[in-house]
Design a protein around this ligand. Structure first.
Ligand code: UDP
Length: 328
């Protein structure tokens, strides 16, 4: 049985990856310090012998007994509201955490896949974003702690690959959504869905002309799986190129949820990227991958998930206004 370590295992993507690798017949070792993750996302796996869980902070030395074939490093706060709240941990997990996991990969002879992000392109001046684009990042802005940690993460990963011969993979993840997103993580999809379910107006930041391209989680996981199994060590964009303005997206959510909420406008957070769309030519060519789940279907499935959350949970997680945090 192949053995895989997945960091950030209790998070949104981490937990879906645990499911995928359990289903593929791997022995899965999940690791998380539960700063932003939630054990609820993986509690169904605890009864399985092929799954084990370590409550550990990967910025501290990482020890895993026995052999390891693969490592997936998905531990990191990943929403603007989180990395504004815990900026130092965000920097540390991308930098020190990645260093520890690369060291572990070298020691164990494991192949390691690092979760990078479209944020390394910053507020992009090239559209759509190809992997060759170097990005436009404000190092000292509120998003800098995440963007620069992830840029450093890519550099140290390539250094371990070139200098130590470690087998490395780098996925640049674009906006991804689906069940198990945290209702109060501040991201636009849980924010809008939570607002619709609580009967509140939908808060669009700025004039809503900024764009994003949303990828359904099953597609994202398939892309990551194929990249890990490939022999390609340069970064690969995995995301859905279907782009929409945030204003039109708010209208779509209102139609989907069948509510009569209005759209209200708030300040645009500092350094909020104006446009984002992945160029996925590389993923198509190298991995034979492209997304299959359209936004209408994906949003329907995601809304079904949010509807299962209890009323108390909805009330406990009232919308946190991230445009205000930016001003403090
Ligand atoms: N956004 C919004 N209202 C919200 C939350 C987010 O209009 O309640 C906007 C946000 O300003 C950004 C887009 O939605 O332009 C996507 O935000 P998210 O935090 O989901 O991801 P990211 O900015 O990292 O792509």
């Amino acid at each position: 049985m192949k053995r895989i370590l997945i960091t950030g295992a209790a998070g949104f993507l981490g937990s879906h990856l645990c499911d995928r690798f359990v289903n593929e017949g791997f022995h899965v070792i999940g690791m998380d310090n539960l700063i932003t993750g939630d054990l609820k996302n993986i509690e169904h796996l605890f009864k399985l012998e092929q799954f084990e869980f370590y409550n550990h902070d990967v910025t501290k030395f990482v020890h895993v007994p026995g052999e390891l074939d693969y490592i997936l490093h998905f531990a990191s706060p990943a929403s603007p509201i989180d990395y504004l709240k815990i900026p130092i941990q965000t920097l540390k997990v991308g930098a020190l955490g990645t260093h520890n996991l690369l060291g572990l990969a070298k020691e164990k002879g494991a192949r390691v896949l690092i979760a990078s992000t479209s944020e390394i392109y910053g507020d992009p001046l090239v559209h759509p974003q190809t992997e060759e684009y170097y990005g436009n990042v404000n190092t000292i802005g509120p998003r800098g702690v995440y963007d620069e940690a992830k840029r450093f993460q890519e550099s140290i990963t390539m250094a371990y690959h070139r200098f130590h011969g470690v087998e490395t993979r780098i996925v640049r993840i674009f906006n991804t959504y689906g069940p198990r997103m945290r209702l109060n993580d501040g991201r636009v999809i849980p924010a809008f869905m939570g607002q619709a379910l609580r009967g509140e107006d939908l808060t669009v930041f700025g004039d809503g002309s900024q764009t994003r391209s949303f990828c359904y989680v099953d597609d994202e996981i398939e892309g990551i799986y194929r990249l890990l199994m490939s022999d390609y060590s340069d970064p690969v964009n995995i995301g859905n190129p279907h782009e929409i303005t945030i204003k039109d997206f708010a209208e779509e959510i209102i139609n989907l949820t069948g509510t009569d909420q209005k759209v209200i406008y708030k300040d645009l957070p500092q350094d909020d990227p104006m446009q984002r769309q992945p160029d996925i030519s590389k993923a198509k060519e190298i991995l034979g991958w492209e997304p299959k789940v359209g936004r209408a279907e994906g949003m329907k499935r995601t809304f079904e998930y949010f509807k299962t959350l209890s009323k108390e949970e909805l009330e406990r997680t009232e919308h946190r206004d991230f445009s205000d945090i930016n001003k403090k």
